[in-house]
Every structure is written in structure tokens, then in C-alpha cells.
Write a new protein. Structure first.
Length: 387
């Protein structure tokens, strides 16, 4: 599959160029970046497939074995889900990531791309199917739905008896539609309103590096920072440094400056855009950062808990007790101490690639890899046992 992807690079890039042309003027520049494919990105997709191939087989593992006093042997073993459907929007790389993870975990894969990325996804799927076929597998183990209307999404969400698990990957609207309308099993992959809290005991230089990375390295992805929370004890010193790093220096370097949307206290320290009523509940996916000043770690935790989407949250501090309080109190799939939220990713977590970031708590949470695409069943062996 990886080889076929590279063999068909030129065709995939040609189809992606058509998608890009159709999307211009309809989606933002940062969303166009999510849609864009390059030779390097296709190489990265192939590398992700090979990384998945190199991982241990998750199917058939004995998770637990119990021998009862009467000699009955009870094994709990991992098994594939069956048919996994993925509805996604404008990221063509999801096509290869999902197909590789499903195949490696013993599942059939039904993909439903958004219309912005359809031509790219179709070319990628054709290459993956060719890779399957050349090695003797049924190419229909990976399929892409050709209809990109809302009707096809609704039919997939309600394909009870055909689809064993549905995973939506996209914006809040898509995820909400799946959670509310799906009659098949659905894993919620939430939006990412990710916070970085700069504590009074923070190394401010470290905090600047982490925030710059979390906000600007790729603002269009779900693990990018959207809100910065700052302790009032360091706000007078830190916020001017933050503005200099994210606004002034980026503008001087010809980079897109970050628009700072400030609460009342932050606005008294540095210039910026006054924060609106929804700015602390918005996944901007853009060069925009909401900023809030608090008086304590407890207030920071309370604010994050009120506005979190339970994806990824971070604290910058040199106080171990404060770090422990934050990590134990924050309800999120990934909680960081002195590190960027951008690490919430299947590849970075050693999963090869990922199916998505689950923000729910049942079965799967955080980056979903091979293990999360298996379920389990009990296999019991007796010798004429009756109860």
C-alpha cells in the first residue's frame, strides 16, 4: 500500500491540485493548508503506513486468562471490530492513515470524504486498493463512498447491521451530527479547544517557546492551542513578551501575526482585540489566540474545566505540587506539563499514525491506534462442564 502510494504520487498531486483550485475562496488559508498535498506529505503518509505495518499484530492477543477452580479456562482475547466507517472532511492524509490502521487491525474500512478533498481521497484510495490487490488481498477491504452529499453521511450513520463502528473526523458540526444521528456505534472525536496555562512558577522563556509551537506550528489542527491562561503574578512581565513573540516578531519576519483576543485584565497590560463572549469557546483553527488572566491555579483549573473540549491541556510550571494538582484535576484525554499540546498525535505517541483523537471516555480515549480498533470476546474451554 505504501509503495503504491509513492508510485502514484504524480496522479495524487494532480487530483489534489484540482481540489485546491475548487476550494480556493470557499475555505480559509489555514484550511487550505490542511487540504494541500506535496511530495513530502505523500512520503509522510507512506512512512506512516510502514510504521503501522511494523507494529505488533493486535488481533488474537490474550488479554487475560483465568482458570476457575473447576478447571474451566476463560480467555479474554482481542478481535477486530469488523467494518469501520470513517467520515472526514478536508484532510486527505486521513484516507491512508485510516486504511492502514483498519487493515492492520483486521477490519474492513469504509471511507467517506468531504467534497473538498474528494478527488485527492479518490486517487489515494485507488492506489491503496491497487497495493492490496497486488499482494493477493481483496481490494474491497478499503472502499471510498463516491457520493459526497449529506444523504450518504446519514445512510452511513444509520447502517445498523452493516457498520460496526463509526468514527467522525472533522469540525464540531460533523461530530455533533454523528453523535446525535448515528444508530451505529460511534466514537466521538472532539474538537480541540486546547489551553496552555502559564503558572506563577513558570519559566517564562520556556512558556514562550511552548506557546509559539502550540499556536503557530500548524494552527489548523485539533491539537493546536486556542487559549492562553496566565497567572496574574507574572502577567505584567509575560504578556508583553507574548505579544512581542507572536505579533511583532512574526510580522517583522514576514510571517502571519497572531491576533490576541484579550479579556479585560489582559487588555489593561497589552494592546489587542477585546475578547468576545464566544472567544473562550471557539476552536479558531487560525492565527488567533484568546488570553485570560487568573489569580490562582484553582481559578485556572476552573476556567479550563468550564471551557475545555477534553482534548489536550497544558501547564507550564516549575512547581511539582502545582503540576500534580493540574494533571489530576483537569479532565482531558491528554494533560501536559512543560510541553506543547501539539504532541497529541498517533505518530508522536508511537502508534504509527492515528484514526483520530477520542475525547470520550468509553473504550477509547486520546489518539486511537491499532488497539482501539479491536474489541474483545471471551473464549471458554471446558471438558464436559455443566452448571
Amino acid at each position: 500500500m505504501a509503495d503504491a502510494l509513492l508510485t502514484h504520487t504524480d496522479n495524487i498531486l494532480a487530483e489534489n491540485a484540482k481540489d485546491m483550485e475548487h476550494a480556493k475562496g470557499h475555505i480559509s488559508d489555514v484550511m487550505l493548508d490542511r487540504l494541500l498535498l506535496t511530495k513530502a506529505r505523500i512520503q509522510g503518509m507512506a512512512d506512516g503506513i510502514r510504521a503501522v505495518a511494523a507494529l505488533p499484530d493486535p488481533v488474537g492477543r490474550v488479554l487475560k486468562e483465568t482458570i476457575r477452580p473447576d478447571g474451566l479456562v476463560i480467555q479474554k482475547r482481542s478481535v477486530p471490530m469488523g467494518v469501520i466507517a470513517i467520515i472526514y472532511e478536508s484532510r486527505p492524509n486521513v484516507t491512508s492513515d485510516a486504511a492502514a490502521l483498519c487493515f492492520k487491525s483486521g477490519n474492513a474500512c469504509v471511507l467517506r470524504s468531504g467534497k473538498e478533498a474528494f478527488l485527492s481521497a479518490n486517487a489515494i484510495t485507488a492506489a491503496l486498493r491497487e497495493g492490496l490487490k497486488t499482494t493477493g488481498f481483496n481490494e474491497n477491504l478499503v472502499q471510498l463512498i463516491q457520493d459526497t452529499t449529506r444523504q450518504s453521511s446519514m445512510e452511513l450513520m444509520t447502517a445498523t447491521g452493516y457498520v460496526d463502528l463509526l468514527i467522525p473526523r472533522g469540525g464540531a458540526g460533523l461530530i455533533k451530527a454523528c453523535v446525535e444521528n448515528a444508530t451505529v456505534n460511534c466514537i466521538e472525536t472532539g474538537t480541540g479547544i486546547c489551553h496552555v496555562y502559564v503558572d506563577k512558577a513558570a519559566d517564562l522563556s520556556m512558556a514562550l517557546d511552548i506557546i509559539e509551537n502550540a499556536k503557530t506550528s500548524r494552527p489548523s489542527v485539533c491539537n493546536a492551542e486556542e487559549v492562553c491562561v496566565v497567572h496574574s503574578a507574572v502577567a505584567d512581565e509575560f504578556l508583553p513578551l507574548l505579544r512581542e513573540r507572536l505579533v511583532d516578531k512574526r510580522a517583522a519576519a514576514g510571517l502571519t501575526p497572531v491576533e490576541l483576543r484579550l479579556d479585560e485584565r489582559a487588555a489593561q497590560i497589552i494592546p489587542g482585540t477585546p475578547a468576545g463572549p464566544n472567544d473562550f469557546d471557539t476552536e479558531f483553527l487560525d492565527y488567533i489566540l484568546a488570553v485570560k488572566v487568573v489569580d490562582s491555579i484553582e481559578e485556572a483549573i476552573a476556567h479550563i474545566s468550564a471551557h475545555s473540549t477534553h482534548h489536550s491541556e497544558a501547564i507550564v510550571t516549575s512547581d511539582p505540587a502545582t503540576a500534580d494538582l493540574f494533571t489530576l484535576s483537569i479532565d482531558a484525554a491528554a494533560v501536559y506539563v512543560n510541553a506543547s499540546t501539539r504532541f497529541t498525535d498517533g505518530g508522536e505517541f508511537g502508534l504509527g499514525c492515528e484514526m483520530g483523537i477520542s475525547t470520550q471516555k468509553l473504550h477509547a480515549r486520546g489518539p486511537m491506534g491499532l488497539e482501539e480498533l479491536n474489541t474483545y470476546k471471551y473464549m471458554i474451554r471446558g471438558n464436559g462442564h455443566v452448571r
